[in-house]
Design a protein around this ligand. Sequence first.
Ligand SMILES: Cc1ncc(COP(=O)(O)O)c(C=O)c1O
Length: 375
Amino acid sequence: MQIEMVDLKGQYDKIKPEIDQAVISCIGSTSFINGPAVKEFQVNLQQYLGVKHVIPCANGTDSLQIAMMALDLKPGDEVICPAFTYVATAEVIGLLGLTPVMVDVDPNTFNLTATGIEKAITSKTKAIVPVHLYGQSCDMEPIMILAQKYKLFVIEDNAQAIGADYTFSDGSKAKTGTIGHIGSTSFFPSKNLGCYGDGGALMTNDDELANKMRMIANHGQEKKYYHKVLGCNSRLDTIQAAILNIKLKHLNSYSQARNDMALFYDTVFSAVGELQVPARQINSTHVFHQYTLKVKNGRRNELQQYLLKLGIPSMIYYPLPLYKQEAFQQFVSTDFKLLASEELCNEVLSLPMHTEMNIDSMSFVCNSVQSFFKK
Ligand SMILES: Cc1ncc(COP(=O)(O)O)c(C=O)c1O
């Protein structure tokens, strides 16, 4: 039985005629850069997310960088981010001459908390980057209250959670990525809303920030050949936008398929004492970009090898907290340590999770994991 972490081919096969037609029509039109599909996608995504502005760009890392450039931060300013995340979140902070201040995450939800963030705030703190890891929202309401109290910007790194809903204490709901001052996201092929190459976008309800980010993403120009600020070249290809217009229509059903699968996994794995199934943040839906177990008693690597021998792939997102990465040594003292992040790096294991998984494959994964713990 062939089992994949993600099955992009299977997903493509189901929407092939529509995708092929859209791509061929883009090539035929030769409007490869800023063609009509880009504007169309911008509007479609605005409507889907319920946000005033979407600014498409070249990838998720660029979206974070453009967001930070738009906030006029100065070298030495501190930006709070989780230590347990993908490198891009903190990389752009360092690249811009800012200081990433890495904070521990909640060991159950894997996300930053307002309490953890507050302890790290200093007079130099200017922004917070909560990452909605694996597909569910950080508890954003207390984070936004904190940001208001200390006059900080919030950039949500929504690369893994597009489509998730956050519910505020008054019952109102918002899509992740639209709650902070700026939201950023990635359309990397394996993301929940993935294109067939690189892609990304910024979200905001703030007109001024939207204009600035649009300008930065386009060489700092508002009018062709008149450059107001230093910018970069970060555009979403027309072909990718055409693909995203089609895939966006399926996003809710993709999220549902992922949730159905997570429930199936949960039922089996919650009965295994050495496993902890993904905790749910009560005020967020989960879109299961990853289904990530915690494997206790130091048996994670052994389980991973066992599954591999049976042809079941799994991934460790992430093997090191960022402060242990060589590239980040310049930002931390040698004895810097965050307990939950360290523990998670040793315990997390993400299992195959995608929209094309069938019941036989899921049962095979479940039976294999069970058989490991019965050995
Ligand atoms: C949390 C997070 N932030 C940022 C990124 C960067 O996105 P991209 O690969 O499109 O640059 C990713 C994608 O892998 C991610 O998972």
